[in-house]
Design a protein around this ligand. Structure first.
Ligand code: COS
Length: 383
């Protein structure tokens, strides 16, 4: 086992750190207070898109930069160390909203939809979850009924990141209601298609400057050539995309924990009580030591999953483990960071509490951590 990043990977990580400090840090506090996605959208499309970052992991022939998932994870650490909301949207661009096209799309679908997304000309979203179908995708109610060379889609999706701003939506609907998860199919839906609209923006606890809205389908007509894969392959397509998405969430966890730790460490070194810096107390220094150790463990397991994915090796078990460990760590470390800051930690202006609020969703979205345990148990009991 070699625990070394290449020069190129280290250079990339450094450039993402500098980018995050320059472009994300100045407005992160206000964006969170305002709960406004528009500035994040500008960062994504203009500042990141122009650097090719929205196509980081895709081959050059599809408009990408041809980097590995190691760079994806390292870049996500650095962005989320400053602002998890930006990372949440970026993750969709490189996983949920594009992997179905890249892995299962036809050449025509890739040219028409993946290339502009990877080039940063368009934004994508992924619609799977419904009011009654969260962890249990198989009971979704949205239907796609074939009518000649079209499908008519009716139903809804909830909690959809990038909704409203995104141009291209990967959505899932039942083409055979009698077959449970094997009756689900995947479709590409363009913004502006008649009958396709959006619900109100949610008011959330965390990742407040990312956007999530409902998708509403009322007799939406989609051409057959916009189906991804065969009828009934939708569940597999969604799970494949979610595996990559969970790498993004694990890396968001590392970033959130690291960002809060940075703030707590800086505070603890400078805060004097009883005539000495509070780091002179083992109650504080041991807390910091445990935080640093947990972050290191989370980085390692996340990079292991990224490595396996980059090599094309099985990684579903490892990425579930990484998502579980890194996001539980994020919750714990961000809470401890607020504790180290004491009263200051409770104030919005000091930003530790922002990481704590952001960390909570990481334990929930793209498969709750209870679902990750189900996935891990499924593998280890088969071994
Ligand atoms: N990658 C590719 N295919 C997968 C897969 C994966 N990670 N996991 C399962 N599949 C395939 C299986 O191979 C199987 O295929 P066949 O029909 O060809 O045999 C099929 O999907 C059904 O697999 P399985 O029976 O294991 O699925 P379950 O119904 O037991 O569901 C869980 C497994 C619970 C793990 C799954 O439903 C899940 O991850 N739920 C959470 C969904 C989620 O994350 N929701 C939040 C979305 S936020 S965007």
């Amino acid at each position: 086992m070699i625990f070394e990043l290449t020069e190129e990977q280290l250079e990339f990580q450094k450039s993402m750190r500098e980018f995050a400090l320059k472009e994300l840090a100045p407005g992160a506090l206000q964006r969170d207070i305002d709960g406004d996605f528009s500035e994040v959208y500008d960062i994504l499309m203009n500042k990141m898109g122009s650097k090719g970052l929205l196509g980081l992991t895709f081959p050059k022939e599809y408009g990408g930069l041809g980097k590995s998932y190691m760079e994806f994870a390292l870049g996500m650490f650095e962005l989320c160390r400053i602002d998890v909301s930006v990372g949440a949207s970026w993750s969709v661009c490189l996983s949920l909203g594009t992997i179905p096209l890249y892995r299962f799309g036809t050449e025509e679908q890739k040219q028409k939809y993946l290339v502009p997304l990877a080039r940063g000309e368009k934004l994508c979203a992924f619609g799977l979850t419904e009011r009654e179908a969260g962890s249990d995708v198989s009971v979704m109610k949205t239907t796609a009924v074939r009518s000649g060379d079209k499908y008519i889609i009716n139903g809804h999706k909830i909690y959809i990141t990038n909704a409203g701003y995104a141009d291209t939506y990967i959505i899932f609907a039942k083409t055979d209601e009698s077959k449970g998860s094997r009756g689900i199919s995947a479709f590409i839906l363009e913004k502006g298609t008649p009958g396709f609209s959006f619900g109100e923006e949610y008011n959330k606890m965390g990742i407040r400057s990312s956007i999530q809205r409902e998708l509403i389908f009322e007799d939406v007509c989609v051409p057959v050539e916009n189906r991804i894969g065969e009828e009934g392959e939708g569940f597999k397509i969604a799970m494949t995309a979610l595996d990559v998405g969970r790498l993004g969430v694990a890396a968001q966890g590392v970033g959130a924990a690291w960002g809060a730790y940075d703030i707590a460490l800086e505070h603890a070194k400078n805060r004097v009580q009883f005539g000495k810096p509070i780091t002179a107390n083992q109650a504080v220094s041991f807390k910091l030591a445990e935080m640093a150790t947990s972050i290191e463990l989370s980085k390692l397991i996340t990079l292991k999953a990224a490595y396996l994915l980059s090599k094309g090796l099985p990684f579903s078990k490892e990425v579930a483990m990484a998502k579980l460990v890194a996001t539980d760590t994020a919750m714990k470390v961000t809470t401890e960071a607020v504790q180290i800051l004491g009263g200051k930690g409770y104030l919005v202006e000091n930003q530790a509490e922002r990481f704590m609020r952001d960390a909570k969703i990481l334990q929930i979205y793209e498969g709750t951590n209870e679902i990750q345990k189900l996935v891990i148990a499924g593998y280890i009991l088969k071994e």
